[in-house]
Design a protein around this ligand. Structure first.
Ligand code: SRM
Ligand code: SF4
Length: 569
């Protein structure tokens, strides 16, 4: 008998797991007590994501362990929740010390302005979370089908408007947190009140969202947060140095799968203008519309971008207005011109200083000739200001007084970390995702390959006198898009070991996606293919014309789109 096409499709497996989980508890606590394995069950591994934890294994060791008939080298990745990427010096000291004691002696700054610990053994998870809790840090909702870490400009300039935007971002992050006490009970040993009020999730309900949900706040002219890649975005509208409201964007998202043309990256639509006091109300309406109408049968079709593609932006806007009781005004004019972080020392509006440090792939660790981690710990020991993580995996030492500036300069100099201005524009704008050996989804190297990619392309740009040109190059180990490669002027997306799809032509300021240039190339192929393109760009570009705009105009065939990558798989 042929299946009935009109019958409702079955729910995705994760929906069943969430429903049965008693608000994200599952049997995680039992699995933590099981010392016979370094892992937890598959169902619990889905639930720990909501607590900011991923079960992983060391992929470098997989084959050897399999041959030896041994269990995989299991460990966990923990992602901190850090709205707007701000961290005090005291928090830094604790995170730094935890990295040495329970992780892999490194801290990883992410593309959403937070920290990740890698290689944490199961038995170390509770001590890690409890020590973080003592300095008011948590990992709640850092992963999972909920509103993730909320991004906002790091505001090293310490301006009043940027501070207000940060407060809105932090407020929305708190407002949209799950209300379950599961995290506190499992990791912080909070006692459950017997016979107390039944627990409810007023905004999420028992099954949370169909999929992850991401929010960012942007302040033009900088689009450092890549607002068009977010499910929900708030673009600040500033008039006469006053924040008058936000243009709201919805339906951005980058993940796709090779060979599946139903999946694609998408830039967000602008819904319209709202006043600042309506941020949470409108955010809640966007989130609950997606909760109720997102696709819970197919996780590859479950992000807000597909709900909007399927139902149309007019329907979505009407639904959000009706739920929130807020009518959108006409979008106000805005223009983005950059995504780049400030590097080196700068004087701030409040008279303090900040120092922008470039951190390749956001990886903070000590190398023999580059003791970044030690230097930052020494700074955290004396720093009276704070640290700000940027959406480009960089770090700002912020709020530095005139008196402390030479002390911090001295520490940086003593450890040889004063070479910011020697870096090429390509290097300063490069991003890579983590990929191997920890990411279970990686098809190719990314973080470990970036230095070689930069070395080769730095040479090509230097040969035509463009070393100082700010050009965005981003690389990921698979098409999920964690380093936002589809918004890079040069994007590499892993397909297989040593092989990448090459994309060109996004706008530097993150408003236009790039397009497929070559479906599967090695690094050497890419250098060979791009060298003549870069040489032509150096000779023929218009005044001030960016590399991405030039490629979009002249190099890419008119029919080069994302969707063609599926067919080329
Ligand atoms: Fe991501 C899954 C790392 C930002 C899209 N991402 C993963 C996982 C957890 C792999 C997994 O599911 O097993 C990766 C962990 C690797 C590891 O070993 O650490 C991972 N994503 C990262 C980070 C650490 C990349 C980095 O090098 O900085 C970023 C952490 C952000 C954070 O602090 O929260 C990170 N991921 C992103 C972004 C960029 C962004 O959010 O601005 C995207 C694209 C935007 C988007 O979501 O559309 C992104 N990650 C994905 C996807 C594809 C989602 C989709 O809609 O298809 C997955 C896979 C999934 O969800 O099934 C994924
Ligand atoms: Fe892993 Fe792919 Fe994300 Fe890279 S882009 S961290 S390989 S999921």
């Amino acid at each position: 008998m042929s299946p009935d096409a009109s019958a409702p499709k079955p729910l995705a497996a994760n929906e069943v797991i969430k429903t049965a989980s008693r608000h994200l508890r599952g049997t995680i606590a039992d699995d933590l007590r099981d010392a016979t394995t370094g892992a937890i069950s598959d169902d619990n591994a889905q639930l720990t994501k909501f607590h900011g934890l991923y079960l992983q294994d060391d992929r470098d060791q997989r084959n050897a362990l399999k041959k030896a008939g041994k269990e995989k080298a299991f460990s966990f990745m923990l992602r901190v929740r850090l709205p707007g990427g701000r961290c005090t010096a005291a928090q830094w000291r604790v995170l730094d010390s935890l990295a040495d004691r329970v992780a892999n002696q490194s801290l990883r700054l992410t593309t959403r302005q937070t920290f990740q610990f890698h290689s944490v053994l199961k038995g170390n998870l509770k001590p890690l979370i409890q020590e973080m809790d003592r300095v008011l840090l948590d990992s709640i909702a850092a992963c999972g089908d909920v509103n993730r870490n909320v991004m906002a400009p790091p505001n090293p300039e310490r301006s009043a408007v940027l501070q207000q935007v940060y407060e809105h971002a932090r407020g929305w992050s708190e407002f949209a947190l799950p209300k379950t006490r599961a995290y506190h009970e499992i990791w912080l040993d909070e006692e459950r009140v017997a016979g107390g009020e039944p627990e409810v999730e007023p905004m999420y309900g028992a099954t949370y969202l169909p999929r992850k949900f991401k929010t960012a706040f942007a302040v033009p002219p900088s689009n450092d947060v890549d607002v068009f890649s977010q499910d929900l975005g708030f673009i600040a509208v500033v008039e006469a140095d006053r924040l008058v409201g936000y243009n709201v964007t919805v339906g951005g998202g980058l993940g796709m799968s090779h060979g599946n043309t139903e999946t694609f990256p998408r830039v967000a639509d602008v819904l319209g203008f709202i006043e600042p006091q309506h941020v949470n109300r409108v955010g809640e309406a966007v989130l609950t519309t997606q909760r109720d109408h997102g696709d819970r049968t197919n996780r590859k079709h479950a992000r807000l971008k597909y709900t909007i593609e399927d139902r149309g932006i007019a329907w979505f806007k009407a639904e959000v207005e009706q739920r929130s009781g807020v009518r959108f005004g006409a979008a106000r004019a805005f223009a983005f011109s950059t995504i780049e972080d400030a590097h080196g020392w700068h004087r701030c509006a409040d008279g303090t200083w900040f120092h922008g440090l470039h951190i390749l792939s956001g990886r903070i660790r000590d190398l023999p000739d580059w003791p970044m981690k030690t230097a930052l710990r020494e700074i955290a020991e004396i720093h009276a200001g704070d640290f700000r993580l940027t959406p480009s995996q960089n770090l700002t030492i912020s709020g530095v007084s005139d008196a402390q500036k030479p002390v911090i300069e001295g520490i940086l100099a003593r450890h040889g970390l004063t070479k910011e201005n020697d870096r090429s524009g390509l290097r300063l704008n490069a991003l890579s995702c983590v990929a191997l050996p920890t990411c279970g989804l990686a098809l190719a190297e990314s973080e470990r390959a970036l230095p070689e990619f930069l070395e080769k392309f730095d040479a090509v740009f230097a040969a035509v006198g463009l070393s100082r040109e700010a050009i965005s190059l981003r690389i990921t180990g698979c098409p999920n898009g964690c380093a936002r490669p589809y918004l890079a002027e040069i994007g590499f997306v892993g397909r297989a070991p040593g092989k990448y799809a090459l994309y060109l032509g996004a706008s530097y300021e993150g408003t236009r996606l790039n397009r497929l240039f070559a479906p599967s190339v090695t690094l050497d192929d890419a250098v060979r293919l791009l060298t003549p393109v870069i040489e032509r760009y150096a000779r023929e570009r218009g005044a001030g014309e960016r590399f991405g705009d030039w490629c979009d105009r002249l190099v890419l065939p008119a029919n080069a789109t994302y969707h063609s990558v599926g067919g080329a798989a």
